[in-house]
Design a protein. Structure first.
Length: 135
């Protein structure tokens, strides 16, 4: 089921879809949660909501980067929690991520590595697009 969810999210966005604020497919006015723009929450033991974290990795010309490495790290950056690579369209997806602060590291040979603090909130999903500059 985990891979099916990720496939659905990636396939939906590959054809230009949007999710509305309630997490269902929506129109162009549908809200998407850009995690870097949201204030981070402090999670308690009661907060067991899991959310997808996904996005697209491109170069500075806007071209998708295939097989870029995307790592989800602990807030302090010392613990690797998840790792994946982008598909041919530059898409990546992590499913079932608990709410809270994380670091997202994106790298590819020939490009400058991107490190950013992100926050997974109670919104339906967290979309983080990353642009890598040439090394």
């Amino acid at each position: 089921m985990k891979n099916l969810c990720c496939f659905f999210v990636m396939a939906f966005f590959a054809v230009g879809g949007n999710f509305s604020a309630n997490g269902m497919p929506g129109n162009e006015e549908g809200n998407t949660n850009k995690a870097k723009a949201e204030p981070c929450v402090t999670c308690t033991e009661d907060d067991e909501e899991l959310r997808p974290v996904f996005g697209k990795v491109t170069n500075t010309s806007g071209n998708p980067l295939y097989q870029a490495t995307v790592k989800l790290l602990s807030d302090d950056g010392t613990t690797l929690l998840e790792s994946t690579t982008t598909d041919s369209r530059g898409n990546y997806c992590f499913t079932n991520i608990a709410m809270g602060p994380y670091q997202l590291e994106v790298s590819k040979t020939g490009y400058v590595t991107s490190n950013q603090n992100i926050c997974v909130t109670a919104a339906a999903q967290t979309e983080i697009d990353v642009e890598l500059a040439d090394d």
